[in-house]
Design a protein around this ligand. Structure first.
Ligand SMILES: *Cc1c(COP(=O)(O)O)cnc(C)c1O
Length: 377
């Protein structure tokens, strides 16, 4: 089955009980048992729910792993994955990971003795130099936010295997349509399905896929024990979103390419960050490991004043955090998503006050370009 077909026919694409072509929303908490323990595969919906199960089978198929898991948010998914480790274990993470990931590692999970080190993983040597006897995993986010740095997943996974570590990849920005970390050697891939997978700004969810039966068993134990599961209604919304993931990502790619070309030719734009540009420092790796470059672009207009002007004049780009929806979104990382990072650290990372991040949506690209033109005037 090819990729676009799998999005529609992968997993459990129809209800075996009724033949319903849209998998039903099993809005149910418990299941009748014919005798003690005599159930039909489901006993209580925290442990398993048919609609969630259909989604979990689908994401497993499209990421190419052995089992899938659906959680109530991306952060619940990430937290459950890190709970695979024990007090005293150490994880090496990408330095510009999603802010919530940084927060949960350094303000919550650290209290349970899980240690973390953040490095620029786009240089594999940086990871290597931080491996300690108690290191258990390499956690990558690629491409990153907002500077779209790319880590070589295959090289990082190889290094991890040499040292008996797990490789975990946050694949939110690329989506399983463009990038499949398990095929590149990763052990666990996870998503904030709130973004492209849901795709319509109407659901908060997280998904995980693992590559072994042991990890599947361990993660199911954690999912069932800690209970951060996704409800049936939201599971259904994700199944529905995944059906159009392919065409949405293809269209996003085309729109983004046109916008990147426009931004590059604009005199007020000092710098454009996009892995699809040949001048991007990690372009070759991005091209090797992903089939598309995605819809996230950052560009520097030189000052907070000009950034504010753009934000006040822009019409079709909604000023909002988040990404990956049908609507184009715009944000200023230094004062929004990355405001909690100290100014000097932001400067070090290259997140300047004039940096604008856009998530390109599915509007007519001519409207988007005209809108950016008038906003930059
Ligand atoms: C949004 C996001 C998360 C967190 O997901 P939620 O669904 O908001 O909990 C994690 N990683 C990345 C890359 C994200 O963009």
């Amino acid at each position: 089955m090819r990729r676009k077909t799998k999005l529609i026919h992968g997993g459990i694409s129809e209800d075996p009980a009724t033949g319903a072509v849209s998998f039903p929303i099993y809005q149910v908490s418990t299941y009748k048992q014919e005798g003690v323990g005599g159930h039909k595969g489901f006993e209580y919906s925290r442990t398993g729910n048919p609609t969630r199960h259909a989604l979990e089978e689908l994401i497993k198929d499209i990421e190419g792993g052995t089992a899938g898991f659906a959680f109530g948010s991306g952060m619940a998914a990430i937290t459950a994955v890190i709970m695979l480790f024990n007090s005293g274990d150490h994880v090496i993470l990408t330095d510009d990971v999603y802010g919530g990931t940084y927060r949960v590692m350094t303000k919550v999970l650290n209290r349970f003795g899980i240690e973390s080190t953040f490095v620029d993983t786009s240089n594999i040597e940086n990871i290597k130099s931080q491996i300690r006897p108690n290191t258990k995993a390499i956690y990558l986010e690629t491409p990153t936010n907002p500077l779209l740095k790319v880590t070589d997943i295959e090289a990082a996974s190889r290094l991890a295997k040499e040292h008996n570590l797990l490789t975990i990849v946050d694949n939110t920005f690329s989506t399983p349509y463009w990038q499949n970390p398990i095929e590149l050697g990763a052990d666990i891939v996870l998503h904030s399905a709130t973004k492209y997978i849901g795709g319509h700004s109407d659901v908060v969810a997280g998904l995980v896929v693992v590559n072994s039966d042991q990890l599947a068993q361990d993660l199911h134990f954690i999912q069932n024990s800690t209970g951060g599961v996704l409800g049936p209604q939201d599971s259904w919304l994700l199944i529905r979103g995944i059906k159009t993931l392919g065409i949405r990502m293809e269209e996003t790619e085309a729109n983004t390419k046109a916008i990147v070309e426009f931004l590059q030719g604009h005199p007020k734009v000092k710098k454009v960050y996009y892995p699809g540009l040949e001048t991007h420092p990690n372009h070759d790796i991005a091209k090797k490991q992903a089939r598309g470059f995605g819809g996230m672009v950052s560009f520097d207009v030189g000052s907070a004043e000009i950034a504010d002007q753009v934000l006040s004049k822009i019409k079709y780009f909604t000023l909002a955090e988040s990404l990956g929806a049908v609507e184009s979104l715009i944000s200023v990382p230094a004062r929004m998503t990355h405001a909690s990072i100290p100014a000097d650290r932001r400067a070090e990372l290259g997140i300047s006050d004039g940096l604008i991040r856009i998530s390109v949506g599915l509007e007519d690209v001519q409207d988007l370009i005209e809108d950016l033109t008038q906003a930059l005037e």
